[in-house]
Design a protein around this ligand. Structure first.
Ligand SMILES: [Fe+2]
Length: 160
């Protein structure tokens, strides 16, 4: 196998690993945000469900976005086909952070649940774009090693 084909193969495996990690994140956010809605609807104290969601946002979501902004996003932004897509993805990080701030800031339990579900829907759509457009772009780009990008990143929580 040529060196380029070998790298493409390794990168395809790395991309699958990243997609699996994304699926776990989306499922976790689905569960945590649904729990907040259920607590609000049942009239129970929403504080535990809200804390669990905010804890996940702080320890998983925010570091994940920061890591992307240092690894896959700059690599894809450097390619002509990726440049505008990444500008859109960065704008979506702002939307995601905005919804997270609304969940944290509101005093109304029903509103907190609704913002949490809006966060979930936005994040799920955002991750689909990463999986379906950005990862294939990087896997197929001979000048980029997705595997090296991920193993060189600091504070990388999900790779091995
Ligand atoms: Fe992202």
């Amino acid at each position: 196998m040529s060196e380029t084909a070998e790298r493409r193969d390794t990168d395809a495996r790395t991309a699958e690993e990243i997609r699996r990690h994304h699926a776990v994140m989306v499922a976790d956010l689905d569960r945590l945000s649904a729990a907040l809605v259920e607590a609000a609807e049942s009239g129970a104290d929403v504080a535990p469900a809200r804390s669990a969601l905010l804890e996940w946002i702080t320890t998983v979501l925010v570091p994940h976005a920061a890591q992307e902004e240092e690894t896959t996003y700059p690599a894809a932004a450097g390619l002509p086909e990726g440049h505008l897509l990444i500008m859109g993805m960065l704008a979506e990080h702002d939307v995601i952070r905005h919804f997270a701030g609304l969940v944290r800031g509101t005093k109304n339990p029903a509103a907190a649940g609704a913002y949490a579900r809006a966060l979930y829907e936005t994040f799920a759509s955002h991750q689909r774009k990463k999986n379906d457009y950005i990862l294939p772009l990087l896997v197929n780009e001979p000048s980029v090693s997705l595997t090296d990008l991920m193993s060189n990143s600091h504070g990388h929580a999900h790779h091995h």
